[in-house]
Design a protein around this ligand. Sequence first.
Ligand SMILES: [Zn+2]
Length: 491
Amino acid sequence: RERELSGVLDCQEDITNIFWADAKMMVDYAHFGDVVTFDTTFVTNKEYRPFGVFLGLNQFRETTVFGAALMFDETFASFQWLFNTFLAAHNGRQPRTIYTDQDIAMGKAVKDVFTEAYHGLCTFHIMQNAVKYLSPVKGEEKDEVEEKDEDEEPHILTDFSACMYGYEDLAAFEEAFVNMRCRMHKQTWFDSIYKVKEKWAECFMRDVFSLGVRSTQLSESFNNSLKNHLKSDFHIVRFLKHFARIVEVKRNKELESEFEARKNIPRIKMSTPMLVQVSKVYTRIVFEAFQSEYERSMAACTRLLDEKKYVVTIGSLYGDLTFEDERIVIGDPLNQTAVCTCRMFERTGILCGHGLKVLDLMNIKTLPTHYILKRWTREARKGSILDRQGRNVVENPKLEALLHYKGLSHKFHDMAYKVAYSTECCLILENALDCVGPQLEEKLNASTSDMNEPSKAQENDDPNMQQGDDLLRAARLKKKEVQSKNSKIKN
Ligand SMILES: [Zn+2]
């Protein structure tokens, strides 16, 4: 049973799960929904319901919101409903990777719904548990551990952290894990985390497209503003409105980035054809990541194993010249590919220094287009997005308008500043503006009628798209048992 927003408002006391996504979130997901994190927080509303947010990374590596949910409980059925609703809202498009914290019910639902995605566990949550379970229990094991306490504790966490991030090789990971396990008195948590090792240990994630994300804590600041601004005495509607406001603040920041990106060209350290080419394509932050790989490729030494196989190792100067681990790169000049065993491109969408070195050895001087992911480019948002009914989703129309406004304001301001001391120039400028004013007025009057109406009519067809394109879904109408009579919702 599904309800639209108006239904939610009428019978909010009976609502159990609510999902919300607006047009901008649908567009963002279509462009950047390859890696998704889902996390729930508590005590953000009157009934202490879990509040879940789906997040991802945009082309500036900033957090972007794909949807939010107010949940009745954290059962398998609730998660299953939520994830299905999330997918349906986003046209059934599966993420490539999804991160959550370690929760059995949630994990089952992820497996059930996100059938094409790799499911990763948030390293931040695992580490929190590690600190909790691997620290010696006071009293119980005191006698044995007391003396070693100070040395042992950070040690085992360091080892655990190494298992999480350090070992690329499966055998090395297994060995380190077994060693660490032997040193523990209580192994319950160890055994449970070992059972899901594919979801958190680096050696199982060599090919996982993650964009470098390993945790659901994508944006500390976003999570903090959620927690700070959402008061615990809010009822549902007020709560959602507040959430929408926080999202709005975030979007204004995004607008700044978009605006900055249009006028700023990143700093190129060397004018090589590849860097010049790529500086025009990538967003600034991604270009900087690429440029540092490019610099690394300059310090690479190579040796040919056979016709297409190169051994590549990158040197760096720490007092003496030292070399990183050797990588094997298969170079194919015909297809312009360089496939490296470090798998960086497969994980982050940015080609590694090893691959770049081999491209150079094959005399390939510009970056082949198959190594440029659209999601990292300035054009990441180009291309139209269709909703479930196959209609164009109009992303926040304010976005373009605001960008234009900011651009024009800058231009006018600069010009006014320049000519202010010259009466003659001021006159010319004013005349020009006076001249173009009526012309623009006329154009605007002529186009208002045919600009607004068709799009309005189109958007309002679908009852699910009311309230300015918002998609709101509520499910399984049943009343939450309230612990104390006083805490019942009053309208
Ligand atoms: Zn590599």
